[in-house]
Design a protein around this ligand. Sequence first.
Ligand code: AMP
Ligand code: GLY
Length: 424
Amino acid sequence: MKVLVVGSGGREHSLCWAIAQSPLCDALVCAPGNAGIAQVAECVDVAAEDVDGLVAYATGNGVDFVVVGPESALVAGVVDRMEEAGIKAFGPNARAAVLEGSKGFMKDLCGKYGIPTAEYGRFDEPDAAKEFILRQGAPIVVKADGLAGGKGVIVCRNENEAYAAIDHIMIEGAFGTSGDEVLIEEFLEGEEASFFALVDGKRAVPLISAQDHKPVYDGDEGPNTGGMGAYSPAPVITPAVAKTIMDRVITPTVKAMAAEGRPYKGVLYAGLMIGPEGPRVLEFNARFGDPECQPLMMLLESDLLEALVACAEGSLDEVTLKWRDESALLVVMATEGYPGYYPKGSEIRDLDKADALDGVVVFHAGTKGENGRILADGGRVLGVTARAPTVAAAQKLAYRAVDTIDWPEGFCRRDIGWRAVGRS
Ligand code: AMP
Ligand code: GLY
């Protein structure tokens, strides 16, 4: 079959890398892709949010199956439009993607169906929000309701920070209409982890767990980013914890969405706080995590494309997923300056030397090819990923690969995986 992957990040590179290995895949196209994706797929110049352009490309070029990477395209209804055009697609439709698109919807669903999450209030008016903060006290968490590129959550240590967060979101309009409504949540203690499941509308099949590192600097210091590294599996998610997550979070959510007339298909990504009372949901995402997807793809032994098609067709019962009994760890290399201002266009050399190391794949997150050279074209630029028998060995190999890459304008954290390595 001819497969179209939508997106241009490291997540999409790893999805293309896995799909290209499937015997079911005859041709692979990515819109818009990047310089690394161009090594495994044909890249076409259509933006991930250009739903009309994507549908026109797919219908005009014999695409049989579409895999959507980013949430923006899902919330914009790309799956609905592909299905209307008679093309199967992996990912939730717009009615189901609201699970990520509206935090208020997600919280109300958890409340109605008893899915464990933080206590919360929803407000569309700043004074009422501030009164609630005064009553609850700090620490407390303030969140813009809609999509805010991962930046719409402010963890506040005291009441004044929380009032300022309300002003920032609701009065200054920092996230546009995504902040017309805010959610104020109880602060949860514990260790964060990500859990992924494939869902076909009725059933869920767990993938393996992962952990990412959001802060930009070593020791989890500095501002949050999209993720500076990740590893899988996450030791905090023991088999017993994984069972609890399936029984109390994933399966009830799949049933709840079906009962609400919004059957969920695609990958269900639960961001969780694992605390003394067990796992509680911080957020749901309607897509694979980036960078968590990349280590997952390095560990998957089964045919990814077959599993994604089964999700879209409602036949997940025919799928069992096999995973390598190893660890995978990814180090993000970013342009100096990220997550603030950073220049584009610096040259990256010796990527092939890193890729040639046994067990290493360098996934491209923001690169551009020009006259045979690879140039940095974003904040997060590379995901240097290593697979090895233990997480400590994967960490060592990933940094060996990082050190072979010649890119003076780039930087990375030096402690990715510290929690897991400390436990092993
Ligand atoms: P979210 O996008 O909702 O997952 O929030 C982004 C980050 O803010 C999470 O990864 C947590 O580190 C933190 N966070 C969100 N909600 C809470 C909460 N209720 N308690 C503690 N930390 C939180
Ligand atoms: N790595 C976090 C995310 O994809 O949202």
